[in-house]
Design a protein around this ligand. Sequence first.
Ligand code: 3H9
Length: 697
Amino acid sequence: MSLKSDSNARVVDQKVTLEMQGSLAVIRIDNPPVNAGSIAVRAGLIDALEQAAGYKASGAILIGEGRSFIAGSDLKEFGLPLTSPQLPDVIRAVELSPFPVVAALHGVALGGGLELALGCDYRLATPAARVGLPEVSLGMVPGAGGTQRLPRLVGLSRAITMICGSQRITAQEALSAGLVDQVVQGDLLEAAIAFLSDAAHPKRLTIELPVPDENREAVESSEQVAGKRGRFRHNVLEAIRLVKASATQPAANALADERATFQSLRVSPDAFALRYLFFAERKAGVIEGVDKSLALPISSVAVIGGGTMGQGIAKALLAAGLDVQLVERDSDARDVAVQSITSSYQGLVRKGRLKDSEASRRLERLRGEVGLDGLGSCELVIEAVFEDMGVKKQLLKELEAVVSDKTILATNTSYLDINEMVADLRRPASVIGLHFFSPADLMKLLEVVRTASTSDTTLATGMALARRLGKQAVVSEVAEGFIGNRIYAAYRGRAELLILDGAMPDQVDSAVRDFGFAMGPFEVSDMSGLDIAWAMRKRKAASRDPAARYVTIPDRLCEMGRLGRKTGKGWYDYSEGTQTPDPLVKALIEEIRADNRIVAQTYDTETIQRQLMAAIVNEAACLLEEGVAQRASDVDVTLANGYGFPRFRGGPLYWASLEESSRLEQDLKALEAAVGHAYRAGPVEQVLGAMKTEAGS
Ligand code: 3H9
């Protein structure tokens, strides 16, 4: 610790500084990039508070340097034994300080950052600040009083909803809920100084406030909703239990209970997996050798094709504040597309999920167009037309002729070879794949596809756009199905073989749900429509290896007009309004088995799960060997963000890296036997070995 002798600024340590402004102590936290509450920050805060007391401060202000207050505890520390002083020690020091302490919040105050603020006597926030306790989404519960102090300010049901839903709320919402005391329009520090200079703001410990009385039904209802949304995971139930304890237990006991629960949960398998995914998601944004700052600014985008996908992409762009031209072939199609977006916003406004003013702003930025002539000023054009190589090639050529030389062209293809698509273009370096997932305005994943000729500038621009849209980007090289659909095809293929060899669709779906997916593969097929994959199979029929095992069941279902939910029947029967296994499908499966002279095997839940996982893991290894994905963790990020893979398992390769290698080997052997002739073994052992080495380093 060093002191500056010629001013009031005292460097408490490199991460925390203390400056006396009159009788007020201004304590600044400076731990870039997000002011994570590392050990240095915690120790610095305690020192600063002690020094402020030594200076007989009449009040103190905790404020963050840079873009945030505190983004939470340093997640890198959580897999290891925690070093003292710990966050509850810092909060105790705040509470024991003889003067009131104000937390001045800007940027984000999350997790431990918000818990520290809750431990302060008052909280002021800028309008753009966001606050929340995201620990549950990381497999834990708040560990420094969040479950005890938050309900004292916002009530039990609101606290349950916020904590279990890992909600990040705005300053205005926090003010209405009673979480912050003032939203500051002008200078935050000046406002905090004025606030503390007011004698009406004496010391006031949050932990000593009573939990507001609340209607029991309201609490029970928020408890049920939160439990269900959190799929009744252990940490979610623990969070609910702890919040409720704030109303019934002495604070000291409940705080100790919370701390013990946090300590055990932070080293739980879920928490390790979710932390892995947190850092994997950030790493996915890094492209080796490509400078992020090359990204071109984008403010105006054209979307070609106003079907479901085009509309979804347009909505994602509008929500991010971009100007959008939605282009259709004729005025009827254009009007239908614009009307459909308008109606969907009206629906959201009616449900209270979008402000009327925001819906109007978005619609003002939307222009429906016919033909390509008006696209000269667009910085980016995304085509979302029919999935056909000829159609897309022709369109890109026409686009090249009308847009400026700086315009980036993107294709939303989900399978086609983009290298072939750009072969005849003048500026292939300006073309990229942007593979959105449907509904494109809601789904988090965006595969950013780099062709053999995509320039670094084009790629960096695609990644920056993804970030602006709030999407999770993953870079893929050109390959059929890119990363996600290629792995999904292997998974679905294995699921269909399981049916052919002895399982029933509901048994497979239920095993997959038990593993943690939201839906099984046959439920997903029914939802998205069996005809999409059918059309693809028909297209590829001529080139199919005749020696490969082929499951005809889905073709037969399509021929019977059973295209899934939209026709009331698919793998299941929906005619009574619920998803019901259909004896007719069972009979069809048995008939096809008999035709193929297959004696049905019996599969237990675990075998089904492990076989499907083996198919995913093997395909992922093949794809890494080919260089389609940059790194193993990108595969995990793809599956967790676009395919419903359970986040608490980290991702398929993370899951596999924790499995006993001999068991995995057995699974892969069984997979090989089931797939037969078409099986290609990926370098699974090598991929997982590299992951383990990285995790240990
Ligand atoms: C907690 O607090 C538990 C307490 O209850 C316990 C009490 C005892 N730790 O996302 P970005 C890094 S649990 C370590 O790209 P953005 C991140 O890895 C914690 N590092 O920026 C990245 O590094 P790099 C509760 C962290 O502007 C860089 O910062 N808190 C942490 O899009 C920039 O991140 C949370 O869950 C961290 N906590 O978003 C908050 N946070 O550049 C998690 C970030 O090397 N964080 N980093 O790749 C976030 O939500 C976002 O990062 C944030 C910034 C909104 C802060």
